[in-house]
Design a protein around this ligand. Structure first.
Ligand code: IPE
Ligand code: IPE
Ligand code: MG
Length: 254
């Protein structure tokens, strides 16, 4: 079993070996740049969002092939409601469109769909599509595909603070019992490990209210292409870079 303990990745005909302990378990992606991708081609922004869906499909397949445990994708932020109604309306139809074509493959591949975000304000048809995917994959044990939908990190932290405060006010929790684990457990991502690797295409070097608590020690990887152009090769490049990072978590090597 010469390679039983290593991941073999093929990149530009090159073989990259990554020891399993250097593979990211949880990858988070800010799927950004759809509008600019379309504008560059003289197309409407909606065409960019469609092309972004194809990039998502490619990325899910690649991450699953590589044995990634959790893939979180930022699909719609709490601030994206500030876009024109027609674009918001279009974006809200994408989950059902994507899942109508791709849910059977996700089910077949043992992928478990989750959602991180608020149901408040989402149209009923969006909720139904997401819930169908969650329910149909609830017992799956493979890769977790977590859609950050109507997600905002600050709103998520407010939610956690409120829930914990309510328990204190009701007398069922002491203030000094509040700890980091408890806060994590009140976030939408409760139960998931923190992301090890954050990927953001599009050229923007910011977090845009994404997983502020959970990314505390993530490795960040920015790539100067638009999301619709993101391929398996980019994912491999990010993972390879990640595998070479020295993660110290504030400590020093003796
Ligand atoms: C990401 O692409 C998709 C969403 C935010 C929903 P954008 O729509 O933000 O595309 P750009 O950043 O304007 O190019
Ligand atoms: C972040 O992208 C949100 C998603 C990709 C869903 P934005 O395009 O909304 O972020 P900003 O406005 O450039 O910061
Ligand atoms: Mg954007």
């Amino acid at each position: 079993m010469p390679f039983a303990w290593k991941k073999i990745l093929k990149k530009n005909n090159k073989t990259v070996k990554i020891p399993p302990e250097r593979m990211p378990k949880h990858i988070a992606i800010i799927m950004d740049g759809n509008g600019r991708w379309a504008a560059q081609r003289g197309l409407p922004r909606t065409a960019g969002h469609h092309a972004g869906m194809a990039a998502l499909r490619r990325t899910i397949r690649a991450a699953n092939d590589l044995g990634i445990k959790v893939l979180t994708v930022y699909a719609f932020s709490t601030e994206n409601w500030n876009r024109p109604a027609a674009e918001v309306d279009f974006l809200m139809r994408l989950p059902s469109e994507f899942l109508r074509t791709d849910l059977p493959e996700l089910v077949a591949k043992n992928v478990k769909v989750m959602m991180s975000g608020s149901y408040e304000g989402l149209p009923q048809h969006t909720i139904e599509a997401v819930n169908e995917a969650i329910n149909k994959t609830a017992n799956n044990t493979g890769m977790i595909l977590n859609f950050a939908l109507n997600y905002g990190s600050r709103a998520e932290i407010v939610k956690a603070v409120r829930e914990i405060s309510q328990a204190v006010a009701a007398g069922s929790l002491q203030v000094d019992e509040i700890n980091e684990e408890m806060i994590s457990n009140h976030l939408y991502t409760a139960g998931l490990p923190d992301p090890d690797l954050l990927i953001r295409p599009s050229g923007e070097i910011r977090l845009s209210n994404f997983l502020l608590w959970q990314l505390a020690y993530a490795e960040l990887w920015f790539v100067d292409i638009y999301w619709p152009d993101f391929t398996r090769e980019h994912l491999l490049a990010a993972i390879e870079a990640f595998s070479q990072r020295d993660r110290r978590f504030g400590a020093i090597k003796l």
